[in-house]
Design a protein around this ligand. Structure first.
Ligand code: HEM
Length: 138
């Protein structure tokens, strides 16, 4: 169980590295016009997204394994709320994919300011999920 929890946290940090940095790349990408830089951003975003998928999948796999070993977690309110927020995080991950495809197909319509705002969402989710998992307020 403790090994799974360690893996869960390591994978979560990897996932968040991408969830924080990919939208940051979008901020700079949105203001870029020259072909060399556009191609470089597209490659960086694709590679970072692959890493994010591995981190996300490992976080979910370790989390779900802990629930399988100890199903009583599911009766705890903090875990149910946490799972709701994890659902929001998965939607955010998918939205990052949608934006990445739009950039790759050269049809992005959002401004750098829009991506700055978009970039704030994972911080809010991280704070809420970690407080729920560690403090377990209810
Ligand atoms: C399917 C998704 C997830 C499931 C099923 C899940 C489940 C769990 C379970 C069962 C524990 C053990 C709780 C304990 O022993 O007290 C745990 C711990 C933890 N989870 Fe998750 N989790 C998921 C996603 C996440 C995500 C996305 C994050 C971060 C944003 C996260 C952060 C943590 C942290 C920091 C701990 C350690 C809590 C502690 O030991 O005090 N989890 N998770």
């Amino acid at each position: 169980m403790l090994w799974l929890k360690a893996l869960h946290i390591i994978a979560m940090v990897t996932w968040f590295a991408g969830l924080f940095y990919l939208p940051r790349l979008f901020v700079y990408h949105a203001g870029t016009r020259d072909e060399t830089s556009l191609a470089r951003f597209e490659t960086m975003e694709r590679r970072l997204f692959t890493l994010m998928c591995i981190g996300g999948a490992a976080t979910l796999a370790a989390g779900i394994s802990m629930l399988v070993i100890f199903p009583a977690y599911l009766s705890m309110a903090w875990l149910r709320v946490k799972l709701l927020l994890v659902g929001a995080l998965i939607i955010y991950h998918f939205l990052c994919f949608v934006q990445m495809r739009a950039f790759a197909e050269r049809r992005n319509s959002h401004t750098a300011a829009w991506y700055r705002l978009f970039n704030e969402l994972p911080s809010v989710l991280l704070v809420a999920i970690v407080i729920l998992a560690v403090v377990k307020p209810f």
